[in-house]
Ligand binder design. Structure first.
Ligand SMILES: [Zn+2]
Length: 312
């Protein structure tokens, strides 16, 4: 049996009840059998569904404890519908779309759900980009570029790293940075790109220290003639990102929330060639049971709560 439904009819057949949804989560979360989330003991009693009790420490828990679905007051079936819908929207789902399709009472709920899902789109530790990687920055929400070395002047600066795959774009990483100084750029690059990689940039001095961080830097000098095509992959990603923000979200992205939109864009972009949308559903489900729960109040300020576990 496949690990995920291939079509919407299969999806409906698989998840006909809360129990069916829980069984699916159990398989994803504990492929080797139910474990206590607290002490990791494998000696667990099955109580009245949905509860389990740890024989070691006495902890009562459910399969959603400690996951994105923890403490939800809505049926899991509705969450599954939301994830199916979100992963099947080729260009991304808006809160309004989620509200409409699921019949949720409030826009606020739909918005919260989308943001929880976006958090699940980024695995705590991912392989960095490698090989040849183009790096550039772009301003979001700005008609014209601001001053590079100084603060972004109210606009948001995003670092783009795009791996080359032949002449095409391989995987990407995006990171919001406060300015284009080396102090801001370097940590973002270290998180996104494996040491030893060849990094192509323009001649901006914010990239001068890359060699000392273990990268090979290749400066693609800017000339007026070549313009935007100097770093074609990074530039292409920048324009796709801007178009996506404008199209799907009507540009209504507050800078404080931009991190999550960047995560969603990256998730979709890096899986854009997936033949099966079902596989996208499966990946997001896997990651949803691997992340810590997010409280509503954590979303409002747009702060990222780091995950302490990595099962990805
Ligand atoms: Zn225990």
């Amino acid at each position: 049996m496949a690990d995920y439904p291939q079509t919407v009819l299969e999806f409906r057949d698989w998840f006909t009840s809360e129990q069916a949804c829980r069984d699916y989560l159990v398989q994803l979360r504990w492929p080797g059998g139910v474990r206590c989330p607290d002490c990791a003991s494998e000696k667990v009693w099955t109580m009245t569904p949905p509860f389990y009790r740890c024989q070691g420490c006495g902890y009562d828990f459910t399969v959603t404890a400690g996951t994105l679905f923890a403490d939800t007051h809505k049926p899991l079936r509705l969450w599954f519908e939301a994830i199916w819908y979100v992963t099947n929207q080729k260009s991304g789902a808006s809160a309004l779309g989620v509200k409409r399709v699921l019949g949720l009472g409030s826009y606020r709920t739909a918005w919260n759900w989308l943001h929880k899902l976006r958090r699940a789109m980024v695995r705590p530790s991912r392989d960095g980009l490698a090989g040849v990687v183009e790096v550039d920055e772009t301003f979001i929400g700005a008609p014209e570029p601001g001053k590079r070395g100084r603060g972004a002047g109210g606009k948001t600066l995003v670092l783009i790293a795009a791996q080359a795959e032949g002449r095409r774009i391989g995987r990407i990483r995006l990171a919001r940075i406060v300015d284009a100084s080396a102090a801001s750029i370097e940590p973002a690059i270290r998180q996104a790109i494996e040491p030893g990689s060849r990094i192509q940039t323009d001649d901006w001095n914010g990239y001068c220290g890359l060699e000392s961080l273990g990268y090979r830097r290749e400066v693609i000098r800017s000339t007026a003639e070549l313009g935007e095509n100097l770093l074609p992959r990074a530039n292409r990603v920048a324009s796709l990102l801007k178009r996506w923000l404008l199209g799907t979200h009507q540009g209504a992205v507050r800078p404080a929330h931009l991190d999550y939109y960047l995560d969603e864009f990256t998730f979709r972009f890096n899986r854009r060639t997936s033949a099966s949308r079902g596989l996208l559903f499966y990946r997001l489900m896997q990651q949803a049971v691997a992340v810590r729960p997010v409280l509503g109040k954590d979303l409002i300020g747009g702060k990222r709560v780091p995950s302490t576990t990595d099962r990805g």
